[in-house]
Ligand binder design. Structure first.
Ligand code: B12
Ligand code: SF4
Length: 456
C-alpha cells in the first residue's frame, strides 16, 4: 500500500494554534481511497529537524505533501514572513528521503509559482487538494500522466512554470480528525475547526478567499454538519469550534438550518465564526446564541461609506450599525475587523470610521493598518495604478497598500491616539492590546476561544 506523509509546517501560535484541517481533508480522502496517509504536525515540536528525522526513520513515505497555510502574518509594521523556515524544512527533508515532495495549502495556492521557485520544488497543487492529490498519488508509480489533473502546478525540466486549470469540487467531503492532534490544540487555547460550505460570492477588492474557494457557494447539508460537530465532541472531546467558512451567515437559510439542527441535537458545543453585517437578522442572531455561539467576528472593514465602496463591500454603514444593535440587544459579544488606509482613505474617511465605531461600541474592534496586496486581486491593479507598487512587483514577501491620500506615518499616529482612547481597540500593527505578553495573560483567563471576548 502506498504511504503518504503530509507535513503541516505551520507553527504560529497566535492568536491561538490552528489545527491543520486542510491536511486532514486530504488525509481523509486518501484513507477512504485505501492509502496509508498520516500527518506530521510541526506545530508543537521543539526542533523541526529532529522531528522530521525521527518520523521519516520510522515511516518510509512514498510521497510527501507539505501543507503551507501561512506565508506571512498580514500585519503591517510587525510583519512575520514564515517562508525562510519552510525552505529550511524542505531542504532538510530532501537530505532524508528521495520521495517526491508536493506543496499545497492556502498559502501555497496564493503564490504557486513563487513558492515552488522559493522552495526549490517542482510540483504543487493550487486550490482544493483532495481530488488532485488523490489523482497524483494514484498516478505516481503507475506511470500515469498528471497533465490532465486539475489544480497541479509544475515547473518543468526547462524551468518553465505551468498551472493546470483550477477546479472546485461540487461536493465538500469530510476531514479525518483521527490523524490530528486535537488534544494539543485544545490544551493551548485552540478550537476544533469545521467547514459548513466553501466559496464566497462577493468580490471585495483585496480579498483572496474567492480565489481560494471559488465564487460559487457549495453548501454542505446542515444535518451532516451537525453530525460532524456531534462526532467532534464525542470522539475528540472538542467542546469549542470555529466555523472556518469565509462567511457563516450567507446564505441566511443555510446558517439558520445549521443553528436549528444544533439546537435540536443539544450539542453543548461553544462556537464562533466570521460573519458579514449584510442581511444579518435578529432571528439568526438569537438562533446562533441558542445553538452555542459565544461571539461573532464581523468583517466590517470601515465605517465610512466612501471606503466601503472603495473596497467594493456589499453593505453600508447602516448594516454595521444594525448588526451591532442586534448583538447588544441579545447580549452577543461582537468583534469587528476594520482595515485602515485602503483606497480613498483620508483624514475625513478615518474620522467617519472612528465615529461610527465609537457610537456602536462593539465588544472588540480589531484595526488592521494597510492592505496586504495579493497577485490577481483588484487592489493589486489599483496599487499599480496609484503608483504604490511597480508593475511586476514580487509580492511573496508582504507588501501593503496604503492610500496615497494619507501616509503610513500619519495613519499610524492617528490610529495610535485613537486606540489609546477605548479599551475595546486592538491594533496589531502597533502591538496595542495584542502583544505577546498581553495575549499570554488573557489566555490564562480565557481557556479557549477568541481572546477579544475579554475586552470591555
Ligand atoms: C478561518 C481562518 C482563520 C481562523 C482559523 C480558526 C480555526 N480555529 O481554524 C483564524 C481567525 C484564527 C485565522 C487566523 C490566522 N490566519 Co487565517 N484564515 C482562515 C480562512 C478563512 C479559512 C482557513 C480554513 O480552515 N480553510 C478550510 C480548509 C479545509 O482549507 P485549506 O486549509 O486551505 O485546505 C485546502 C487546500 O489549501 C489544500 N491543502 C491544504 N493542505 C494541503 C497539503 C497538500 C500537500 C496539498 C496538496 C493540498 C493541501 O487542500 C485543502 C482541502 O481542499 C483562510 C482563508 C480561506 N478562505 O482559505 C484564512 C487564511 C488561511 N489565514 C491567513 C492568515 C495569514 C492568518 C493569520 C496569520 C492572521 C493573523 N495575523 O492572525 C492567523 C494565523 C493563525 C495560526 N495560528 O496559524 C491567510 C494565509 C495566507 C497568508 N497571507 O499567509 C489566509 C489564506 C487568508 C488570506 N489572507 O488570504 N484564520
Ligand atoms: S472580504 Fe469576506 S465577503 Fe468580501 S470577498 Fe472576502 S470573504 Fe467574501
Amino acid at each position: 500500500m502506498k504511504k503518504v506523509l503530509l507535513i503541516s509546517v505551520n507553527n504560529e501560535k497566535l492568536p491561538y494554534p490552528v489545527a491543520p484541517i486542510g491536511a486532514a481533508y486530504i488525509a481523509g480522502c486518501l484513507i477512504r481511497a485505501g492509502f496509508d496517509a498520516r500527518i506530521l504536525d510541526l506545530c508543537f515540536v521543539d526542533d523541526d529537524f529532529s522531528a522530521l528525522k525521527d518520523y521519516l526513520a520510522g515511516y518510509q513515505a512514498d510521497i510527501i505533501g507539505i501543507s503551507i497555510r501561512n506565508v506571512d502574518n498580514l500585519t503591517y509594521n510587525r510583519s512575520i514572513f514564515y517562508m525562510p523556515r519552510i525552505r529550511d524544512i524542505v531542504h532538510h527533508i530532501k537530505t532524508l528521503t528521495d520521495a517526491p515532495i508536493v506543496a499545497g495549502g492556502s498559502g501555497f495556492s496564493l503564490f504557486p509559482e513563487e513558492i515552488l521557485r522559493y522552495l526549490g520544488l517542482d510540483l504543487g497543487i493550487a486550490g482544493e487538494g483532495e481530488q488532485a492529490f488523490l489523482g497524483l498519488v494514484e498516478a505516481y508509480g503507475n506511470g500515469g500522466g498528471i497533465d490532465s489533473i486539475p489544480n497541479i502546478s509544475i515547473i518543468d525540466k526547462n524551468g518553465t512554470f505551468r498551472q493546470n486549470p483550477i477546479s472546485y469540487s461540487p461536493v465538500v467531503s469530510l476531514p479525518d480528525r483521527d490523524v490530528l492532534n486535537n488534544a494539543a490544540y485544545l490544551k493551548f487555547g485552540g478550537m476544533g475547526n469545521i467547514q459548513s460550505k466553501r466559496g464566497c460570492p462577493f468580490k471585495c477588492t483585496y480579498c483572496t478567499y474567492p480565489m481560494l474557494e471559488g465564487t460559487r457557494l457549495r453548501l454542505r447539508p446542515p444535518e451532516e454538519i451537525v453530525s460532524e460537530l456531534a462526532q467532534m465532541k464525542e470522539r475528540h472531546a472538542i467542546d469549542y469550534a470555529f466555523f472556518v467558512d469565509d462567511i457563516f451567515n450567507v446564505p441566511l437559510g443555510h446558517s439558520i438550518e445549521i443553528c436549528e439542527g444544533m439546537i435540536r441535537r443539544n450539542l453543548r458545543i461553544k462556537w464562533t465564526c466570521f460573519a458579514t453585517p449584510y442581511s444579518f437578522t435578529e432571528e439568526l442572531a438569537r438562533l446562533m446564541k441558542r445553538a452555542g455561539c459565544s461571539g461573532i467576528e464581523f468583517g466590517s472593514d470601515a465605517g465610512s461609506s466612501l471606503t466601503l465602496k472603495a473596497y467594493e463591500k456589499h453593505f453600508t454603514p447602516d448594516d454595521i450599525i444594525n448588526a451591532s444593535i442586534i448583538c447588544k440587544k441579545i447580549d452577543m459579544p461582537d468583534a469587528h475587523y476594520i482595515i485602515l488606509g485602503g483606497p480613498s482613505e483620508n483624514d475625513r474617511t478615518l474620522d467617519e470610521t472612528f465615529r461610527l465605531f465609537d457610537k456602536i461600541k462593539p465588544r472588540a474592534l480589531i484595526a488592521l493598518v494597510g492592505v496586504r496586496i495579493y497577485p490577481g486581486t483588484d487592489i493589486c491593479k489599483k496599487a499599480i495604478e496609484d503608483g504604490v507598487i511597480p508593475n511586476g512587483k514580487e509580492l511573496l514577501e508582504p507588501v501593503f497598500y496604503i492610500s496615497p491620500e494619507t501616509s503610513a506615518d500619519l495613519l499610524l499616529k492617528r490610529v495610535q491616539a485613537w486606540a489609546q482612547d477605548g479599551a475595546n481597540r486592538v491594533v496589531p500593527a502597533l502591538d496595542i492590546r495584542c502583544d505577546a505578553s498581553t495575549m499570554a495573560t488573557i489566555r490564562k483567563i480565557i481557556k479557549r476561544g477568541p481572546m477579544w471576548d475579554v475586552l470591555r
